[in-house]
Design a protein around this ligand. Structure first.
Ligand code: FES
Length: 508
């Protein structure tokens, strides 16, 4: 997204090259942008990278195309990972912002960057950008699951709200489930991501909503089934027209954009100019299979080359992982205890057991386990060779694996895989300690009432304010931030055994 104002321009999250081990491609394609527009994208006054996931921080493209003298607007994250990465790419001008605080960059250009810093936001954090030229205001929320909607609203009325709605996760598609159960899980996931997006839409109450930051498309033949084409595919990656229909059904105005679309806010109006005819735009979605096949044909040589770059098996993979992860396990006893079971990595000719209770990594000898990942060995070799600190970013988002778990979701398993450096694991352990200790203080101790039920104010999943995100649905209280459900009668969590909600029906 390129924002132009009289006070300066901001390029936001320029993503052009396929990411996540060649899995995610930009959709609709942006590899044929008008050269004049591309030049503006590459030479703005400011660059904003919302967070360090590769579909927002496209490192190779930034190195090859972006003007390194551009001033970077840095979110106020708790770690310096984003700044360090951008410096390593050649950027040298930075403005550090403070969470939620407005900053005047120039006459007619004020910004505020809101950050989310929970480990599950991908330990480096995620952020949303508010931009005002003194007349109009744009919120670029992208995929930041902000918890404090009041803070985002407080800057004033919003004209355009750019929002992710399509999900960006491997769950549940990669899980070993029966086809029927998988359909159920996918339907529930799509419903919860749509409900969450609509909740944001209501709260920001912009004049118009722009579906953005997703979905990706999948051009590798192995993954092509993750594209939603007929509507029947087993995938969570819904698309723009489907979300625009949900918006319209809820009474909100939405704007369909494709790469190259310009939205002009001037004289109280909203003008939209597309780089192609509306029939051509419609065809992207109505003839999606043809569109994706053409796109695939153009990128097949790239994909072949990319796949050939995956690392060959080494002789010391087990020793390398052991030397790397055992110290991390020992430094994070709360995380390991919260996982509380063995996790098996099946890599074809090598099975590695992560014994979290004993803080050990070793070859599997048929011991029981509660979590299992089946991953092609060369992919693990590739991320190990790169010493990737965040396997959610480096590996899992590729959807190139299978997973199984014995019981319910355990966020600490993924938190471990997202924190494979000392710097990250220190924060992950501290957050686990904070979450799992009985006395968390703040609004955790407050209660609220929703539809005759009194309950704790924070969601046991990731602490969302249920006064904002809580909703009674059938027999459940649903937290619409991620769709977790709690039995209204008992508070039992339907997503994880150890996350009951304190709740009681008033008058009982
Ligand atoms: S915070 Fe995730 S479902 Fe409530």
């Amino acid at each position: 997204m390129l924002i132009e104002t009289a006070g300066g321009s901001i390029t936001c999250d320029p993503w052009f090259l396929p990411q996540f081990l060649g899995s995610w491609f930009v959709f609709p394609r942006n590899d044929r942008l008008d050269p004049d527009l591309l030049a503006k994208v590459c030479h703005p006054d400011y660059l904003y990278i919302s967070h360090i996931h590769a579909d927002h921080l496209d490192e190779r493209w930034l190195v090859e195309h972006m003007d390194k003298d551009t001033t970077v607007l840095l979110p106020g994250f708790p770690t310096g990972e984003l700044e360090r990465t951008l410096r390593s790419l050649g950027f040298h001008r930075f403005i550090c912002t403070t969470d939620r605080e407005e900053l005047r960059l120039h006459d007619g250009l004020t910004i505020a960057i809101h950050t989310e810093t929970s480990i599950t936001d991908g330990p480096g954090g995620d952020s949303a950008l508010v931009v005002s030229d003194g007349v109009s205001r744009v919120v670029n929320q992208n995929d930041c699951r902000t918890n404090d909607l009041d803070a985002l609203r407080r800057h004033g009325p919003v004209d355009l709200h750019w929002l992710q709605y399509s999900g960006a996760i491997w769950y549940p598609m990669v899980y070993e489930e029966s086809p029927d159960r998988l359909r159920e899980l996918i339907a529930a996931k799509v419903e919860s991501q749509t409900t969450r997006a609509l909740r944001y839409v209501e709260a920001i109450d912009a004049r118009a909503v722009v579906p953005s930051a997703g979905p990706p498309c999948f051009l590798d033949p192995e993954l092509f089934g993750f594209n939603l084409i007929t509507g029947d595919e087993a995938t969570i990656f819904t698309d723009q027209p489907r979300f625009l229909a949900a918006l319209a059904a809820d009474g909100h105005d939405g704007i369909l954009v494709v790469p190259g679309t310009t939205i002009t806010l001037a004289d109280g109006g909203i003008r939209i100019d597309h780089p192609m005819t509306s029939e051509e735009i419609d065809r992207i979605f109505t003839d999606k299979l043809d569109y994706l096949r053409d796109y695939q044909a153009d990128w097949t040589p790239w994909l072949e080359q990319h796949r050939a770059s995956w690392s060959a098996p080494t002789t010391d993979l087990l020793a390398t992982i052991t030397a790397w992860w055992e110290p991390l396990m020992r430094s994070a006893p709360t995380v390991c205890d919260a996982i509380g079971a063995n996790c098996l990595l099946r890599l074809g000719d090598l099975d590695i057991l992560l014994d979290f209770p004993a803080r050990e990594v070793r070859e599997w000898q048929d011991e029981p386990h509660a979590f299992r990942f089946e991953i092609r060995r060369e992919l693990v070799e590739t991320v190990v060779a790169a010493r990737a600190h965040d396997w959610s970013n480096a590996l899992f988002l590729s959807c190139r694996f299978r997973a199984w778990r014995e019981g319910p979701f355990n966020e600490y398993v993924y938190n471990f895989f997202k924190s494979l450096s000392e710097e990250r694991m220190v924060r992950t352990e501290a957050e686990a300690l904070r979450k799992l200790s009985p006395d968390r203080g703040g609004i955790a101790d407050e209660t609220i009432v929703i539809d005759g039920y009194e309950m704790q104010r924070t969601c046991p999943h990731r602490g969302a304010d249920l006064a904002v995100f809580g909703e009674v649905s059938g027999d459940d209280l649903v937290c619409t931030l991620h769709g977790w459900r709690f039995d209204l009668a008992t508070g039992t969590c339907r997503n994880a055994d150890d996350r009951a909600l304190r709740i009681r029906q008033l008058g009982e």
